[in-house]
Design a protein around this ligand. Structure first.
Ligand SMILES: Cc1ncc(COP(=O)(O)O)c(C=O)c1O
Length: 392
């Protein structure tokens, strides 16, 4: 197979990044700040290529057998050491989406409710509503969910299957809950006896110091918390690999489900391949490189937006993750802002997609384009939005 020459073309992977092979490809000429994807050039093709050979050499036919239901021990042990828990508290998953699906089937029954933030990951919402779960929305502030609001929502009835939270580098708002806030949320959920599902898809992508506080799962010793981690945002979503942390009894219940008993560990060979990467420090090197790349992109986009838009828009600078959340004058119409961006050749995500946030917002991903293209996009957006001053 001929590998692309990464030194000449500004978009070296364009040839490989094909519609029908990957989920979405933006039309030519459009700078796409919409999806939470990594720029093709940030995906670790060269690092991943040898891992499968290494795993097959190390484990031989066991790499091609049905994997242990909770995941192969080598990866469970590495994840346990990394996240400060016991291997029995780890289950290997096929990513956060799959883990959330499994939890909806185990914890939920159609008609039960899930407590979610008024504004949160849109596709997580779909997974829950696909299972017939009802979303009970709670208010958030600059640190995520307000404990009082959570308490009120949990006092409304005992039909709540779980609380779905993203306390670290929230999608779409980028917020991080401080340790005190985390402890308060844990106390409220524990008082009501309702489990928390902590979606930590971006948890390892801190771009600033200090690092975020310990996860809810770590603070609670995993009691009453199920934390979902993923390699989708740090390595590549095509690996379809993640893990969850939970009490051993919960891991036992989940791994006793028919899907796992029938098919064994989800994504067994890939889990062994990624264990090779984690086992000798290559994963940490990759992470530190990726954080540098994302920091450069975040800083470029935020600086260019602030320079171009001045005080007319609030441009939050997230401490990690993939997204910048823009807050406009609430009298401005989301549809006309989106149209103006589209005419300028930039795609962005409408805030309304993520729920009922007060006011007018847009989400911009800095993960999918080079710094030069992000700077270009910011100039185009600032010009387009300055010229489109229509108020509702
Ligand atoms: C908050 C959040 N959770 C989960 C996911 C999906 O994770 P995975 O690819 O591991 O299924 C995403 C991806 O956009 C996300 O933003």
């Amino acid at each position: 197979m001929v590998r692309p020459d990464t030194t000449v073309s500004p978009l070296p992977h364009a040839r490989w990044w094909r519609a029908g092979v990957v989920q979405a490809v933006s039309p030519p000429g459009v700078i796409d700040l919409g999806p939470g994807y990594l720029e093709p050039g940030l995906l670790p093709v060269d690092e991943v290529l040898p891992l499968y050979a290494e795993a097959l050499t190390e484990f031989g036919p066991a790499a091609l057998g049905y994997g242990a239901n909770a995941g192969a021990d080598p990866l469970r042990a590495l994840l346990a050491a990394r996240h400060g828990c016991a291997a029995e508290e780890i289950m290997v998953t096929a990513g956060t989406s799959q883990a959330l699906t499994l939890l909806c089937t185990v914890l939920g029954r159609p008609g039960r409710s899930v407590v979610v933030e008024r504004t949160c990951y849109d596709l997580g919402r779909s997974i829950m509503t696909d299972h017939g779960l009802r979303l009970r929305e709670v208010d958030a502030d600059g640190e995520g969910v307000r404990p009082r609001s959570l308490d009120r929502a949990l006092s409304l009835g005992d039909d709540v299957a779980f609380v779905y939270l993203t306390p670290t580098f929230h999608n779409p708002t980028g917020t991080v809950a401080g340790e005190q806030r985390r402890r308060e949320l844990l106390a409220v959920a524990a008082r009501h006896g309702v489990p928390i599902v902590e979606d930590d898809a971006y948890g390892e992508l801190n771009l600033d110091r200090p690092a975020p506080p310990p996860s809810l799962a770590a603070l609670a010793g995993r009691r009453g918390v199920i934390r979902l981690g993923s390699f989708a945002k740090t390595l590549g979503p095509g690996l379809r690999l993640g893990w969850l942390e939970a009490e051993p009894g919960v891991v036992g219940t989940l791994t006793g489900r028919g899907q796992l008993v029938s098919g064994g560990s989800l994504n067994h060979l890939t889990s062994l391949a990624v264990a090779m990467l984690m086992g000798d420090g290559r994963y940490d090197l990759r992470l530190s490189w990726l954080r540098d790349q994302l920091r450069l992109r975040r800083d470029t986009l935020v600086a260019a937006l602030r320079a171009g838009l001045g005080d007319s828009v609030t441009v939050d600078r997230p401490a990690g993750g993939y997204f910048v959340w823009l807050a406009f004058d609430p009298r401005r119409s989301e549809a006309s802002l989106l149209d103006a961006a589209g005419r300028a050749g930039v795609a962005v995500a409408p805030g309304s997609r993520f729920g009922s946030a007060a006011g007018t917002h847009l989400r911009l991903a800095y993960s999918l384009n080079s710094p030069d293209r992000l700077a270009d996009a910011a100039v185009r957006l600032a010009t387009a939005w300055r010229n489109e001053e229509t108020l509702r």
